[in-house]
Design a protein around this ligand. Sequence first.
Ligand code: SD4
Length: 328
Amino acid sequence: MTTRRNFLKKTGILSAITLVGIPKISNAISIENNFAAVKKPVVLSTWAHGLAANEGAWKILSANGKALDAVEKGVMVTEADITNLSVGLSALPDRDGIVTLDASIMDEQGRCGGVACLERIKHPIAVARLVMDKTPHVLLVGEGAQKFALDNGFKLEPKTLSPEAEKNYKEWLKKSEYKPKINIENHDTIGMIAIDANGDLSGSCTTSGLAYKMHGRVGDSPIIGAGMYVDNEVGAACATGLGETVLRICGSFLVVELMRQGYSPEAACKKAVERLVKKNPDYKNAQVGFLALNKKGEHGAYALQKGFNYAIADNSGNKLIDAASYLK
Ligand code: SD4
C-alpha cells in the first residue's frame, strides 16, 4: 500500500520539504482563498415577515456586528409587530385563551438558551439570550422563565389578547375544534440564521406555537436541535411548521448533520423532510419548512407542502424566495 509518507518519499517531495521546510506561503494563500470564497454576511429567515426581521439583523451585520446580536435583534422586530398573529404577544392564544411563547438562541461557540411556555413578556428571544448568558442552564419554562425575566428587568405585559387575536379566538370557540391549519395563521414562526463578516454563525427562533394548542404545549422552536441548531464548523438550520413532526426527527440538528456529511443546504433540508415523512404517517395534514446556511455562506430550504417562503439579505439586498416542496 502506498502510504502518504511513501508517496511523498517516492516523488521526492518529502526530501524537498525536509530541505526547505513546510511551504508556508502557498499554504497561507490557499487558506486566504477559501476565506475569500465565503459569502458573508448573510441572514436568512422564515416567511415574509422575515423581510422586516432581516432589515433589523442587517443593521448589525453590515456594521461588522456579531451574528448572535443580529439574530436576536432581527427577530425582535417580529416579536414587536402587533399585527403578527404567530409571534409575540399579539399572537393567537392557546385553547384557554392564553398566549404562551417559545424561543431559542444559539451562537458560534455552541452556547444556547431557550424559554418555553412564557407568558406576558414581550421579547422571549431576549429572555432566551439571558438564559444563555447569565445562567448555567439551557431552558427555562413557564412561571420560572417569567420570574427570571422579571428579575432581570423585563416588564409584565397585560393579559389581554390583541384585538385581531381576540376576534379569531372568539370565532374558534364556537366550534373549539383543534385542527392546525397548513400554512395559514398558525404556522408562521420566525426562525433566523446568519453568518457574520467574521464567518461566525448563529441562530434564533421565536413563536407563539400552534394556535389553540393545549395549555402547556411546547413545540420544536425552543428545543435546541429541533427548531434551530448551529454548529460553527458546519452550518446552521431552523424549522417552521408543525412542531411535533420536527421534534420526532430532531429536525434542525439533522439538517446540520447532513450538511456535515457533504449535502448542500437545500439537499440537507430535502433529506430531513423525507425523514419527517417517513416518521410521521399523517404528514399530509402538516406543513414544515427547513432553512439552512452552511459555513461557506451558501443557503437552501425545502418544505413539506407548497407555500413556504423565506427572506434572504446579503450585500445585494433583501428578498423573498419560494422554497421547493415534497408535495407538489
Ligand atoms: C410550533 N413550529 O410551535 C412551531 C409553530 C410554527 O410556523 O412553526 N409555526 O410547532
